[in-house]
Design a protein around this ligand. Structure first.
Ligand code: NAP
Length: 248
């Protein structure tokens, strides 16, 4: 039976590293992206070079119709999904809460929270043994921000990751008897383009001395934890959290 993984936001950063890691472990992979088709197609080409099948599918995970179409494309082009990585996330330039608009807050929550719910819902419909599925595994990418709160930077983003932690806990219990494990990684200070979106491309290097391990993390270091939680080596683990923030 071929293993099929769907990674939201798989076109760059942690998602792209996870796509490559899973392909090297024998998964066929759907690389979801929102805007940057060329980046997604490059990941697909790199996976194909490893001898695995891969597709790139544009879908905004905050939009219900896009998510339904995303999973339908996986059904039709790759087959039964057994692994979902809820990874697509956004943050906006630093702001204090007193200056945040409803539009900003809702944009963050729609992608980082509603998107995770919608993708989980579609995965459950296909994986749950209660619905005739063969089971599966979900990993949610949260953040150290859910513990640290990100004061004066982006409390909205941190709060969205707090919701991801709670989603992980609740869903892991809801699905434990249905063949689906749900776990979570909480990265922090990883070298990706996300920090440029927050308005400070070199943020990780600026704060690296405050990190106990004295450096930022690499996307592949997060990918390896995601792959572990998804796979058979973690068969007795559900509702668990792995912190990847250099000791912070
Ligand atoms: P990144 O480099 O900014 O990549 C984000 C990815 O998500 C891109 O592939 C982007 O696609 C996609 N995306 C964004 N919004 C989307 C949407 N609405 N629908 C579908 N895809 C969407 O981010 P990253 O640093 O790898 O972060 C990945 C995850 O790790 C996020 O959940 C983030 O919160 C979490 N995280 C990161 C860090 C860190 O230090 N980097 C720390 C803690 C947690 P396009 O490029 O096509 O828009």
């Amino acid at each position: 039976m071929e293993k099929v993984a769907l990674i939201t936001g798989g076109s760059r950063g942690i998602g792209a590293a996870t796509a490559m890691r899973l392909a090297s472990l024998g998964y066929n992979v759907c690389v979801n992206y929102r805007r940057d088709e060329n980046a997604a197609l490059q990941v697909v080409a790199d996976i194909s070079a490893l001898g695995r099948r891969a597709i790139a599918v544009r879908a905004d995970v905050s939009k219900e119709s896009d998510v339904i179409d995303l999973f339908t494309q996986v059904d039709e082009r790759l087959g039964n999904v057994c692994a979902l990585v809820n990874n697509a996330g956004v943050l906006l330039p630093t702001s204090r809460v007193e200056d945040m608009t409803a539009d900003r807050i809702n944009l963050i929550l729609a992608t980082n929270v509603t998107g995770y719910f919608l993708c989980s819902r579609e995965a459950i419909k296909r994986m749950s043994t209660r619905r005739g599925g063969r089971g599966g595994s979900i990993v949610n990418v949260s953040s150290a921000a859910s513990r640290l709160g990100s004061p004066n930077e982006y409390v909205d983003y941190a709060a969205s990751k707090g919701a991801v932690d709670t989603l992980t806990r609740g869903l892991s219990l809801e699905l434990a008897a249905e063949g689906i494990r749900v776990n979570c990684v909480r990265p922090g200070f990883i070298h990706t383009q996300m920090h440029a979106d927050g308005g400070e491309a070199n943020r990780v290097d600026r704060i690296k001395d405050t990190i106990p391990l004295k450096r930022g993390g690499e996307p592949d270091e997060v990918a390896s934890a995601i792959a572990f939680l998804l796979g058979a080596d973690a068969s007795y683990i559900t509702g668990a959290f792995i912190d990847l923030a250099g000791g912070k």
